[in-house]
Each structure stands twice: as structure tokens, then as C-alpha cells.
Write a new protein. Structure first.
Length: 230
């Protein structure tokens, strides 16, 4: 029996592998049709996870946008939108961020042990703060999410979180959207950093789908035997 959720990584990048530009303005790497696809995927998940840097820089709402999809979840006895999850080392998060104030989904904050008390003082009234170890132990966090009822987890970034899940062998699927332009600036954030990834020149991830969506392309990779091609 598995002890961690089916984990799907979702990400948009430029042709040269960047998640964003180096400017203060958020770089749009998708289009409306693809955003609707992402919304449909969100609606199938029990929880959506992003790193604290993504909460600070992008201020995402992390909600299912479609009312009909929310209604379909409610008809199944599920919350109208998945649980929100973030990971932080310093607990430097604004309680007015969309992560905390948008929607009524459950919010979980996995915090490094050294900052847990501070995080509970600052965030305890808007989220459940969990001591995740020093630093946060991502495999343990994944098991804890499973114990909390999360069977399908969607990880939406950023680069540090994607690197941790991939290097830990916790990812079952990667949905990578490629935007048709280059960033060309080494100061910008990349999709992943260095890590002992299980896939290399000898062991390849399996390409399960290639799908043009307007001017972007979805590449869907199977990363484990648990890959679900639905």
C-alpha cells in the first residue's frame, strides 16, 4: 500500500527553462485554454501545494475557479476546492496573502522546526501550522499529507519545491507546459535546481502525451509505475 499521495507536478516554463523573468512583474507562461485545463486538474485533487516563495512572489489564490467544477466536487461530498499547502523555512508569510484569505479551503503550513513557534503565533489563526523538521522533511511531509486524507496532490511550484519532490522520488507525474519564447536572463528562476534526480541519460522519464494548446504545448511525463493515464 502507498504511504504518500499520488503526486502530480504542474509547471509552465519558457523555451529556455525559466519559471519567471527577473523583473518584479509576473511572467505569463500560459493562456486561457491552458489555465482552464489546470483548473480541471485542480478539481480532481485533494490538495494543492506551493512553496513559500511562490506565495510571496505570485500571491496565488489556489482555488478551483469553475463554479460547475466546484459544484461537482460538492456533489461528491468533497470540499468545493482542495486543501492549500505551503512549505516554509522562515515563516515569512503575510496573513493577508491570497493563500490565506481567498476561499474557505483548509490551509496547511509545514514549517521548519526552528520557526514553528513563530509561525503558530503569526499564522495559527488562519492556518494549521505543522512542524516539518529542520529543515522541512519533504518525504515525511508527503506521508503526513497522506495520513490527513490527501490521496492526490498537485504541486504547482516553485523551483525549490519541484526539485525536492523530484529528487526525493515522490513525483508520479509531470505536466510541463512550454511557452513559445525565451527569457534569456540567468537571474530568473529556473524550473529545477541541482539534485540527484532518478531520471538521467540511462533512465528516462516516459513521455505519455504531447498536446498543443493554442500557442503553448503540454508535455505529460510518467515518472513512476503509479502513473495514471486518465
Amino acid at each position: 500500500m502507498p504511504d504518500h499521495p499520488y503526486t502530480l507536478l504542474s509547471c509552465g516554463i519558457s523555451l529556455d527553462g525559466y519559471l519567471d523573468s527577473a523583473s518584479e512583474h509576473r511572467l505569463l507562461l500560459s493562456n486561457e485554454a491552458d489555465l482552464d485545463r489546470v483548473d480541471a486538474v485542480r478539481a480532481t485533487c485533494d490538495a494543492i501545494l506551493v512553496g513559500a516563495t511562490t506565495v510571496r512572489n505570485d500571491n496565488p489564490r489556489l482555488l478551483v475557479r469553475s463554479t460547475s467544477r466546484q459544484d461537482a466536487r460538492a456533489a461528491q461530498g468533497l470540499p468545493r476546492t482542495p486543501t492549500k499547502v505551503t512549505v516554509t523555512g522562515q515563516a515569512d508569510l503575510d496573513v493577508s496573502a491570497n493563500f490565506f484569505v481567498a476561499g474557505d479551503a483548509e490551509k496547511l503550513v509545514y514549517c521548519a522546526s526552528a520557526s514553528t513557534t513563530q509561525a503558530r503565533d503569526r499564522l495559527g489563526h488562519v492556518a494549521t501550522v505543522i512542524d516539518g523538521g529542520q529543515p522541512v522533511d519533504v518525504p515525511w511531509m508527503s506521508r503526513d499529507l497522506y495520513d490527513r486524507g490527501v490521496r492526490r496532490l498537485m504541486v504547482e511550484g516553485g523551483g525549490t519545491v519541484h526539485t525536492q519532490f523530484l529528487a526525493s522520488g515522490l513525483a508520479d507525474e509531470l505536466q510541463l507546459v512550454i511557452a513559445p519564447f525565451f527569457v534569456g536572463d540567468a537571474r530568473a528562476r529556473r524550473f529545477v535546481g541541482d539534485g540527484p534526480f532518478p531520471w538521467n541519460e540511462d533512465q528516462h522519464a516516459r513521455l505519455a502525451q504531447v498536446r498543443p494548446i493554442g500557442d503553448v504545448v503540454l508535455l505529460r511525463y510518467a515518472l513512476s509505475p503509479r502513473f495514471c493515464d486518465d
